[in-house]
Design a protein around this ligand. Structure first.
Ligand code: MG
Ligand code: MG
Length: 265
């Protein structure tokens, strides 16, 4: 079901998204070689609960953690655990917060220590593709315009778009309609309307678009084990110009002028 949100509901999602943005910023201070992914999860959960929020992912379809932490060839839905981040890794941190009855959802992929230029370019292009998609979240456009924008941007650069996982509506439920694919045809799909709140989240691979699920029932990785990047914002469709409800500002305060920084070129 697609729910159009009222301004009051949108402002509640914005409150949730502020806590989410700050939690991301707190986690960013811990992203470095030598840290376990479990530690990052603990930091996020404590931070979210301190602000009266609930980690959206914990317990969702029995997911065991507050963050999805996806390292290197893991695309999404990695489970935090004993893995120790090392120099040259990339780590995608996906987080959701429920506050005042409304969810917000966003993800960011960090380079850990020294990462190859090829992989830095993947991160930069994936982040930029997110904004290319967001630019289409305008009343009157169609869902395919978002996917087309993302797909054409990354494919021109030789990357591929994961098909099996897509963005989604977000609100009282973490996953609402419509589905928001990161691929598509211009002018196709449902028409976007002001008040739709969408999680737009390109998942972009360095190699083949093919992915598979590990036996834990969660972890999705690339079939060829080449790296994959993921960036996500929660956005409200507006007339004329979209409004981004989540924020990377707190992350970017931490990462500015460090090796963690992902510049959009
Ligand atoms: Mg997410
Ligand atoms: Mg999402």
């Amino acid at each position: 079901m697609i729910y159009l949100k009222t301004e009051e509901e949108i402002s509640l999602i914005k409150d949730s998204a502020q806590v989410l943005g700050k939690a991301h910023g707190e986690v960013a201070t811990w992203v470095k070689p030598g840290i376990t992914t479990k530690k990052l999860d603990i930091v996020a959960e404590e931070y979210i609960r301190d602000f009266g929020g609930i980690p959206s992912f914990k317990g969702f379809n029995k997911f065991p953690a507050s963050l999805c932490i996806s390292v290197n060839e893991v695309v999404v839905h990695g489970i935090p655990g004993g893995y120790v981040l090392k120099d040259g890794d990339i780590v995608s941190i996906d987080c959701g917060v429920k506050l005042n009855g409304f969810h917000s959802d966003s993800a960011y992929t960090y380079p850990v220590g020294e990462v190859s230029a090829e992989v830095m370019d993947l991160l930069s292009a994936t982040k930029k593709s997110l904004y290319k998609g967001i630019d289409q979240a305008i009343d009157g456009q169609r869902i395919g315009d978002i996917g087309h924008s993302i797909q054409s941007f990354v494919e021109e650069r030789g990357y591929t778009v994961v098909r099996e996982l897509v963005g989604h509506g977000v609100g009282k439920d973490l996953h609402e309609g419509p589905e928001v694919p990161n691929y598509g045809k211009r002018g196709k799909g449902i028409r976007l309307r002001e008040g739709m709140v969408l999680a737009i989240e390109p998942m972009i691979n360095l190699g083949s678009k093919s992915v598979m699920q590990e036996r834990d029932g969660w972890t999705i990785r690339t079939s060829d084990r080449k790296y994959s990047a993921h960036f996500e914002h929660t956005v409200v469709v507006r007339k004329g110009r979209p409004e981004i409800l989540t924020t990377f500002d707190y992350i970017e305060k931490v990462t500015a002028n460090t090796s963690l920084m992902v510049e959009v070129k």
